[in-house]
Design a protein around this ligand. Structure first.
Ligand SMILES: CC(C)(COP(=O)(O)OP(=O)(O)OC[C@H]1O[C@@H](n2cnc3c(N)ncnc32)[C@H](O)[C@@H]1OP(=O)(O)O)[C@@H](O)C(=O)NCCC(=O)NCCS
Length: 183
C-alpha cells in the first residue's frame, strides 16, 4: 500500500508501519547503489544542520545554513537553496526545487504541543521560489510553482503557479517539467 500523499516515502503515521519493510529494502538498495557508485549522493554545502533521523534521497543538493529537522523526508534529485528552515513534519517529493530562504513551519499556534504539529507535503516536481513561507499542514501539488516571497496559506493543486501574500493562483495548466511524471 502506498501513502496517497507521498507514495514510496511514507513519512505519514498512517502508513509508516505498513510500508516499513519496503522502505527498509529500498533504503538498503540505495546504500548498495551508492557504495558501487551507481547513484550520486546529495551534495551538502556546509555548514548545515541536518538531524540524523532525516531521510534524504540521492542526486540533490542542499545549500549552506539550511536546517533539516528530525524525521523530515526528502526525495531524489531535490535542490534546496541556502538558508532554508525545514522542520519536523515536512515531506518533500522527488525532483522538487526549494529556493533560498524558504521557511516551512509545523506549529500553527506556537509554542504548542508536539502532538498538534501539522504535516506538510511538497509533491513530486513542485518548485518553491525564494523567500516563501508555508503554513503548517498544507500540500503543494505536483509540478506546481510558488512565486518568490509568497505566503502559502492553503493547499495548492497540481500544475498551477501561485504567488502573493496570501498566495493566490496566477496561472493554471503550468507545463509539466521534462522527466517528471504526473499520474
Ligand atoms: C511567480 C512567477 C513564476 C511569475 O512569473 P510570470 O509567469 O512570468 O508572471 P508575470 O511576471 O507575467 O506576472 C504575472 C502577474 O503576477 C504578478 N507576480 C509575479 N510574480 C509575483 C510574485 N512573486 N509575487 C506577487 N506577484 C507576482 C505580477 O506582478 C503580475 O501581476 P499583474 O498581472 O497584476 O501585472 C515569478 O515571478 C517568480 O516568482 N518566479 C520564482 C523566482 C524564484 O524565486 N526563483 C528561485 C531561484 S533563485
Amino acid at each position: 500500500m502506498e501513502c496517497i500523499a507521498y507514495g514510496k516515502y511514507s513519512a505519514c503515521s498512517n502508513c509508516s508501519s505498513t510500508d516499513s519493510l519496503r522502505d527498509k529494502a529500498e533504503k538498503i538498495k540505495k546504500e548498495i547503489d551508492i557504495m558501487f557508485g551507481l547513484r550520486e549522493l546529495t551534495k551538502v554545502w556546509e555548514p548545515c544542520n541536518i538531524y540524523d533521523s532525516a531521510i534524504i534521497g540521492h542526486g540533490g543538493s542542499i545549500g549552506m545554513f539550511t536546517e533539516i529537522g528530525p524525521n523530515v523526508t526528502i526525495g531524489d534529485r531535490v535542490r534546496i537553496g541556502k538558508g532554508c528552515f525545514i522542520p519536523e513534519g515536512i515531506t518533500i517529493g522527488d525532483d522538487c526545487f526549494i529556493g533560498p530562504h524558504v521557511c516551512f513551519s509545523n506549529d500553527m499556534y506556537p509554542p504548542g504541543v508536539r502532538e498538534d504539529w501539522q504535516r506538510t507535503y511538497i509533491l513530486n516536481g513542485a518548485s518553491i521560489g525564494a523567500n516563501v513561507s508555508i503554513r503548517p499542514g498544507v500540500t503543494i501539488g505536483r509540478n506546481s510553482l510558488v512565486g518568490m516571497g509568497a505566503v502559502v496559506t492553503c493547499d495548492i493543486p497540481d500544475n498551477e503557479v501561485w504567488a502573493g501574500v496570501p498566495a493566490i493562483m496566477i496561472r493554471n495548466n503550468y507545463k509539466l517539467k521534462e522527466g517528471v511524471e504526473n499520474d
